[in-house]
Design a protein around this ligand. Structure first.
Ligand code: UD1
Length: 341
């Protein structure tokens, strides 16, 4: 019998790609999502790629009774991957309570039910945002946690603390915390990808929408940073590579290979690219000239951050594989599909 994995936020960007990889690795998946920032149509895409349509329960993960009913209905959930969270940095500044409620309420509900139903493993989506602007680059997992700049970032820091405190108190399951750098790109089939609602806040969907003529121009937020070309540097990680790390984490937890109750891994490529370098690569792989303008800095932006992924490479046994060229091409193909090309 296949092991059943609960994926909260499974219709979202990273959740949907991870669901595909879980199914392809031989797991059964049940998704819980309130569709607040996603569309149930993604199930068609998942089914097209894998031949399997995972069950979807539409509810809010912070709702204890509703979540409990899912654990009762599916009985033998072995592990959970908890993606469900609000993630817009700017919105979190405007609506902090919404962010604390959604992101921490859902986490507490999940941790409670994991113990009640004796599940074996929990995988949590965290972010490199916990490092703020690191003093040393590339940044490894032992780098100090810096004060959060936004309520969103704070929810990730507090969530990690809640997980640690709960483990310390003797939780019956183990956890893998994955700190993502900047996930980008789409499934190579171009059947699933990122679906930003409204005007994208993140760089890559803005780049591809500008390339497709949906946006007149891309604003580059600052060229006066202390970096080689003056624009900010990030570690852009392919979303399918990222999804595969979750499958490895689940396997590790189910096989009890983890060395501690809570393990933390950076998920990045180990390479930093500037905004201008990203534009350059995008133009090269798409053959489209991008209309962009250098504007002022965006408030709250970190100057530069990229991962030291050695711990994930050596201990988790995961490595980013896809080149940034192939990743940006996948994002472009997905955009063209969305634009009906
Ligand atoms: C942000 C969050 C991160 C979160 C992620 C996904 C911070 C510090 N980080 O990452 O925690 O997990 O979003 O939601 O808030 N850029 C432009 N023009 C644009 C858009 C972006 O120049 O139109 C630049 C930004 O200044 C930045 C880079 O592109 O240097 C990447 O930006 P973005 O994709 O928004 O990701 P982060 O801000 O790194």
């Amino acid at each position: 019998m296949k092991d059943l994995i609960l994926v909260t936020g499974g219709t979202g960007y990273i959740g949907s790609h991870t669901t595909v990889e879980l199914i392809e690795a031989g797991y059964d998946v049940v998704i819980v999502d309130n569709l607040s920032n996603s569309d149930a149509k993604v199930l068609d895409g998942i089914e097209k790629i894998t031949g399997v349509r995972p069950d979807l329960e539409i509810l809010d993960c912070a709702d204890y009774e509703a979540m409990k009913a899912v654990f009762v209905k599916y009985k033998n959930i072995k592990a959970a991957i908890h993606f469900a969270a609000s993630k817009a940095v700017g919105e979190s500044v405007q609506k902090p309570l919404l962010y604390y409620r959604n992101n921490l309420g859902s986490l507490i509900t999940m941790l409670t039910l994991m113990s009640e139903f004796k599940c074996k493993g929990f995988v949590f989506s965290s972010s490199c945002t916990v490092y703020g602007q690191p003093d040393v680059l590339p940044v490894d997992e032992n780098a100090p946690i810096k004060p959060a700049i936004s309520p969103y970032g704070n929810t990730k820091q507090i969530a990690e603390e809640i997980i640690r405190d709960n483990a310390h108190a003797g939780a019956s399951f183990n956890t893998v915390i994955l700190r993502y750098f900047n996930p980008i790109g789409a499934h190579p089939s171009a059947v699933i990808g990122e679906l930003p609602l409204g005007v994208p806040q993140n760089l890559i969907p803005y780049v591809t929408q500008t390339g497709a003529g949906i946006r007149p121009k891309l604003n580059v937020f600052g060229n006066d940073y202390n970096t080689p070309d003056g624009s900010c540097i990030r570690d852009y990680i392919n979303v399918v590579d990222l999804a595969k790390a979750h499958v490895i984490a689940v396997k590790r937890l189910l096989e009890e290979k983890n060395k501690k109750n809570v393990e933390i891994f950076n998920l990045g490529t180990g390479r930093g690219l500037s905004v201008l370098e990203i534009i350059n690569v995008f133009e090269k792989v798409s053959g489209v000239k991008l209309n962009f303008e250098i504007v002022g800095r965006r408030e709250g932006d970190i100057e530069q951050v990229w991962a030291n992924p050695e711990y994930a490479n050596n201990v988790l046994g995961w490595k980013s594989e896809t080149t940034v060229e192939d990743t940006l091409l996948s994002a472009w193909k997905w955009q063209q599909r969305l634009s009906g090309k």
